[in-house]
Ligand binder design. Structure first.
Ligand code: DAH
Length: 372
């Protein structure tokens, strides 16, 4: 800023000439009028009213003028600035009113619109069914146990008494996890939930009552009755003096809780390396209760008129498995049971194609309702 200087010639102070001041004022007024929105107005304000605006700079020059010229120039600049301030405030009020009116329209809420059109999701029937089965066993005092889906071969096969050449280990059934350069790792994607039996026996002391739901993997193509990823529930009870009748009574209780009162169950001899004796457990068909057998007049779609539905594999835990898990087979015995959830859901709800369960189409899930 210039210091007061008596010999200063005001004529040379171009910025303070009346026509210059007028021009500055008019430019400011034009800029405000041209500002289309509040952002543009803010920029115009900085340019024409800010510290470095022409009028502000001119104002600073006043101090350098002799007294007479100073008063005149001061008045001129002051009036111009006053007019500019007023024009700015007026334009700002105008633009704010415009914005408020626009926001009211744009952000209006039509309270008459339906508020519940977003369809609420539902849990997958596989999940709810699995939890229902868990609940049946939990109410009998069982604990829920879990194990990893990427499992050591030892847990998945060896400890369960699968011999090294057992066909279930073959490439067409098992997903083997390869190491670098396809080296063998001894790790597989578990082919059943039975390895959790071993993990539970190693983790806990008998007596032991566990139920173990989970995802399992097999190298099957996806078709109407197969999927490479499916679910099983495994049951294991270890205690003193358990027998096959305890097994049968337990599964009968489950079958009735799931499918209805009074359903018979039966055991058919079978083979599993980890149980001895082993059996397949069948339940009387809950739809025809056997009435369709030998009765072509009343065929049953659910059991293909066989009268029985296979629930799953079971048996008394093989003493070799108890030994592998550090349990004394002289003192304890146990029973085990395992079955596929998808298959069970297909029976229970007459689902004909397994693919419907895995493809995630809500049209499949919706009829199961909003069960939580
Ligand atoms: N783990 C067998 C499978 O996936 C099913 C099974 C059979 C489980 C017998 C058991 C059992 O616990 O006792 O084919």
């Amino acid at each position: 800023m210039s210091a007061p200087n008596k010999s200063y010639d005001p004529v040379e102070v171009e910025a303070l000439k009346p026509e210059e001041i007028e021009r500055m004022r008019d430019e400011a007024l034009a800029a405000f009028a041209a500002a289309a929105d509040l952002d543009a107005l803010r920029e115009a304000k900085t340019a024409h009213m800010g510290d470095r605006s022409p009028l502000a700079l001119a104002n600073r020059e006043i101090g350098a003028l002799p007294p007479q010229a100073k008063a005149e120039a001061g008045k001129r600049v002051g009036m111009a600035r006053g007019a500019v301030n007023k024009a700015m405030a007026a334009r700002q009020a105008e633009l704010e009113a415009e914005r408020d009116a626009r926001v009211l329209v744009e952000e209006a809420v039509d309270v008459t619109l339906p508020y519940d059109r977003v369809p609420a999701g539902a849990r997958h029937p596989l999940t709810t069914f699995m939890e229902r089965v868990e609940d049946i066993f939990v109410s009998m005092g069982y604990e829920v146990a879990e194990g990893p889906e990427v499992e050591a071969e030892w847990f998945n096969f060896d400890a369960l008494n699968f011999t090294p050449d057992h066909p279930a280990r073959a490439m067409q059934d098992t997903f083997f996890v390869a190491g670098p350069k396809k080296a063998e790792t001894g790790v597989v994607l578990r082919t059943h939930t039975s390895p959790v039996q071993i993990r539970s026996m190693l983790d806990r002391e008998p007596p032991l009552y566990i139920v173990c739901p989970g995802r399992v993997y097999r190298t099957d193509e996806l078709d109407a009755t197969h999927t490479p990823v499916f679910h099983q529930i495994e049951l294991l009870a270890i205690d003193e003096g358990l027998t096959m009748t305890d097994l049968k009574g337990t599964i009968e209780h489950m079958a009735r809780a799931l499918f209805g009162e009074g359903l018979e169950t039966r055991l058919r001899p079978a083979y599993f390396p980890f149980t001895e004796p082993s059996a397949e457990l069948d339940m009387q068909c809950y739809v025809c209760r056997g009435a369709s057998v030998g009765n072509p007049e009343r065929p049953c779609r659910t059991c293909s008129s066989e009268g029985w539905i296979e629930l799953g594999g079971c048996g008394m835990v093989n003493p070799r498995v108890l030994v592998a898990a550090g349990i004394d087979p002289e003192k304890y015995s146990g029973f085990a049971f395992g079955f596929g959830i998808e298959r069970m859901l297909m029976f229970r709800h007459n689902v004909e194609d397994m693919r419907d369960m895995v493809e995630g189409d809500v049209r499949f899930t919706r009829p199961f309702g909003m069960e939580i």
